[in-house]
Design a protein around this ligand. Structure first.
Ligand code: FAD
Length: 377
C-alpha cells in the first residue's frame, strides 16, 4: 500500500515509523524545512510531558528507550504559593510511576531519524499540501518556489495539526460535525537558565497556581527549565511597560523573578506575543477508504492535561492495529477508527478543559492529597 502522510510534526513522523515498519511505501510531506537542520523555532512548547499513553505507542515501534534516555522524569507536582513556599504532590508514591519531560525538537528528530532509516519511507520537506481529493487519493503539493505537483496514494493520513488542510477538504466532501473553541487564555514561554536553577527542586513539574492564571515549569535535559505563563489575553495586553511586568511578577510570582532573571523576563515578555489556545472536536475522522486525520488535525486540545501529543501517538498505534486486524481493508479500518476513537478523543478534550480549572485552583485547596496521576499533569 502506498501511504501519503501530510505533516512531519510529532504525530506524522511517528505514523511514518508505524507504516514504514509494516513494510508500506510511505511518502511524508512537511511544509517546513527539516527540523534536524534548523534551529529551534520559538512559539511552540519547547518541552512536553510524555505519559503512559504516548510511551505505549513509542514502545510498539521500539523507540521508548531512546526517548526516555533523553527525558527528565517528573515524579510529582511542586506547588509554589504566592509567598514562595513550596509543597510537593507526589504522583504515585506507591509504584513510583511518573511522567517525563521531553524536548519537542529532540523527539521530532528521533522520530524522523527512525523513519529515515527505513528504506521504504521518504521524507519530503518544503512541500505544502494545498488540496486533497478524498475520493481519488490525489494530493496537490506546492513548493516554496511555487511549483505544483500531484501525487496519488492508496491511503492519505492527515497529521497536519490543528489548522489542518486535510480536515478542510475532508469536511468539504463529507457531512462532518465540527467545533472549534478558543479559550480566553493565551500562553507565553519564558525560561529559567541552567545557571539559575539551584532553587528549583528537580524532577517535578512546578506549578504557580493563582486562580485566574497560572505558571508552570518543566525541566529540560540541559538543566534549564521551560516556563509557561497562562493567563487571559486581556491580562497580557494590560502589561505593556517593563514596570508593569515586573510589578505583576513581584505580586504573583515573586520567587520566580530571580530564577528567570529580571532582564531575561522583561526581554522575553516584551519581544514575544502570547499564543492562543484552541480546542477542536470533529466527527468523523475519515472519508471512504482513502483518507484519515489523526493527532491535532482530528482533536486539538488545550494543553492542561498534557495529553495532546500523547493522544496523537495513541492514534498512530490504534490505526496501526485496526489496519492490521482488518487485513488492510482500509474502508473497514478507517470506519472503525472514527467510531471507536471519537468518544475517547472528545473525552480527553473535555478533561483537558476541566484540568485548567483544577490546576489554577490548586492554590485554594487546603490539603494536597497524593494522587495517582501518571496520565496527566
Ligand atoms: P503539529 O505538532 O501541529 O504538527 C503538524 C505538522 O504539519 C507541522 O509540522 C506543520 O508544519 C505541518 N503542516 C501543517 N499544514 C501542512 C500542510 N498544508 N502541508 C504540509 N505540512 C503541513 N501534548 C502533550 O502530550 N503533552 C504536553 O505536555 C503538551 N504540552 C503542550 C503545551 C503547549 C503550550 C501546547 C500549545 C501544546 C502542548 N501539547 C502537549 C500538545 C502537542 O503540542 C500537540 O498535541 C502535538 O504537537 C500535536 O502533534 P501533531 O503532529 O498532530 O500536530
Amino acid at each position: 500500500m502506498k501511504v501519503i502522510i501530510i505533516g512531519g510534526g510529532l504525530v506524522g513522523s511517528l505514523s511514518a515509523v508505524f507504516f514504514g515498519q509494516r513494510g508500506h511505501e510511505v511518502e511524508l510531506y512537511e511544509y517546513r524545512q527539516d527540523p534536524r537542520n534548523t534551529a529551534l523555532s520559538t512559539g511552540r512548547s519547547i518541552n512536553l510531558a510524555l505519559s503512559a499513553r504516548g510511551r505505549t505507542a513509542l514502545r510498539a515501534v521500539g523507540l521508548e528507550k531512546i526517548v526516555l534516555d533523553n527525558a527528565v522524569p517528573m515524579r510529582g507536582r511542586m506547588i509554589h504559593d504566592p509567598r514562595g513556599n513550596t509543597s510537593p504532590i507526589i504522583y504515585d508514591p506507591v509504584y513510583n510511576n511518573c511522567i517525563y519531560s521531553v524536548g519537542r525538537k529532540h523527539l521530532n528528530e528521533v522520530l524522523l531519524d527512525a523513519s529515515d532509516k527505513l528504506p521504504n519511507v521518504r521524507l519530503n520537506f518544503g512541500k505544502k499540501l494545498v488540496g486533497v481529493n478524498p475520493a481519488t487519493g490525489v494530493v496537490t503539493l506546492k513548493t516554496k518556489e511555487g511549483s505544483v505537483e500531484d501525487v496519488t496514494g492508496d491511503l492519505i493520513v492527515g497529521a497536519d495539526g490543528a489548522y489542518s488542510t486535510v480536515r478542510r477538504d475532508l469536511m468539504k466532501a463529507n457531512p462532518i460535525n465540527f467545533s472549534q473553541t478558543y479559550i480566553d487564555h493565551a500562553y507565553l514561554e519564558l525560561s529559567i537558565p541552567a545557571h539559575n536553577n539551584h532553587k528549583m527542586v528537580p524532577n517535578h513539574l512546578h506549578i504557580w497556581p493563582r486562580g485566574q492564571f497560572m505558571m508552570i515549569a518543566l525541566p529540560n535535559q540541559d538543566d534549564s527549565w521551560t516556563v509557561t505563563l497562562f493567563m487571559p489575553l486581556t491580562c497580557f495586553q494590560s502589561l505593556t511597560a517593563t514596570s508593569d511586568v515586573l510589578g505583576f511578577f513581584a505580586t504573583h510570582f515573586q520567587d520566580a523573578i530571580p530564577l528567570i532573571g529580571r532582564d531575561n523576563l522583561v526581554n522575553t515578555y516584551m519581544s514575544n506575543r502570547p499564543s492562543n489556545l484552541v480546542s477542536i472536536k470533529c466527527s468523523k475522522y475519515h472519508s471512504g477508504s482513502k483518507l484519515i486525520i489523526i493527532g491535532d488535525a482530528a482533536h486539538a486540545m488545550v494543553p492542561f492535561y498534557g495529553q495532546g501529543m500523547n493522544a496523537g501517538f495513541e492514534d498512530c498505534s490504534i490505526l496501526d492495529d485496526l489496519l492490521h486486524n482488518h487485513k488492510y481493508s482500509t474502508a473497514e479500518a478507517l470506519e472503525a477508527f472514527s467510531r471507536s476513537r471519537n468518544p475517547d478523543a472528545e473525552a480527553i478534550c473535555d478533561l483537558a478543559m476541566y484540568n485548567y480549572t483544577e490546576m489554577r485552583d490548586l492554590v485554594n485547596k487546603k490539603t494536597f492529597l497524593f494522587r495517582k496521576a501518571t496520565d496527566n499533569f
